[in-house]
Design a protein around this ligand. Sequence first.
Ligand code: ZN
Length: 83
Amino acid sequence: MLNGICPSCGSATVHTMERGVCADGSDAGLAIRGSWSGVNSQDYVCVTCGYFEKHFPQGKALEKVASTWPRVVPIDRIPPNPA
Ligand SMILES: [Zn+2]
C-alpha cells in the first residue's frame, strides 16, 4: 500500500493523506470509531476497490489498539476443532 500499489486489487490508484480519516470527521471529512485526537496517522485509500489502510506512528496509539482491540488470529494458527 505504501508503495502506491493496492494489496487488495493490485491497482495503482492509492491516495494518501495525513489524518485523512480521523475521530472527529474533520480534515478529509471521514469519521472513524474511537478516539484518536492528537494522533497523526497517515491514511491510504484505494479508489478502485475501497481498500483502506491507516498507519499510526509507534507509541500510545499502537499500545491502545493492542490492549483494547481483539486480535485477529492467523488462520493457520487456529487449532483444529477436536473431533
Ligand atoms: Zn484496490
